[in-house]
Write a new protein. Structure first.
Length: 178
């Protein structure tokens, strides 16, 4: 499988997994109560959690942080037209390796807690409340949203890709929760 095919397959799988996980975050479960999001702590003024402040996913990590991973310095490219759920991808145009940051919709992780994994899906637990729904992807809660970072570098060992994704997730989380 060439790297372009791998990247396309990885992206489709990631988007499908994200959609299913986020789709499972609705309020169909009556045991969760309707006041869960009302108990969320107030956002600090000026932070990404501030009401109405748009999030620029491409500003959460710098091209210089991404370059050692994908092998070239490139600017991030927005992959979403929905300002409430921004996406940014930094992609090497030669190898198609990439890092993608996906910010979920507000309220998908009340109190900065990931919801349970939907039935029929697996996700391995990671450090600091992060989980791995697939190889190279770290899913985490920040700014009361389910978010993820995917490191799609086929030549990178899976444990290194996950470690890199965790490092980026922690940086993104810190920026979102300011």
């Amino acid at each position: 499988m060439n790297s372009r095919t791998f990247r396309a397959l990885t992206s489709v799988t990631a988007v499908s997994a994200i959609a299913l996980v986020l789709g499972g975050c609705g309020s169909d479960d009556s045991s969760s109560g309707s006041g869960a999001s009302a108990a969320a702590p107030a956002a600090p003024s000026g932070g990404a959690k501030a009401e109405g402040k748009p999030i620029d996913a491409c500003a959460l990590l710098s091209p210089d942080e991404i370059a050692p991973i994908i092998g070239v310095r490139v600017d991030g490219r927005s992959g979403s037209t929905d300002p409430s759920a921004p996406v940014c991808t930094w992609e090497n145009p030669t190898t198609y390796t990439s890092v993608t940051v996906t910010i979920g919709s507000t309220g998908t992780a009340p109190n900065n807690t990931l919801p349970p994994v939907p039935q029929g899906f697996d996700a391995r637990p990671g450090p600091d409340g992060i989980r791995f729904p697939m190889s190279g992807m770290a899913e985490f809660a920040a700014a009361d949203r389910v978010n993820n970072v995917q490191v799609a570098v086929p030549s990178m060992p899976a444990d290194q890709a996950e470690s890199t994704a965790v490092d980026f997730a922690k940086k993104v989380s810190a920026a979102l929760d300011r």
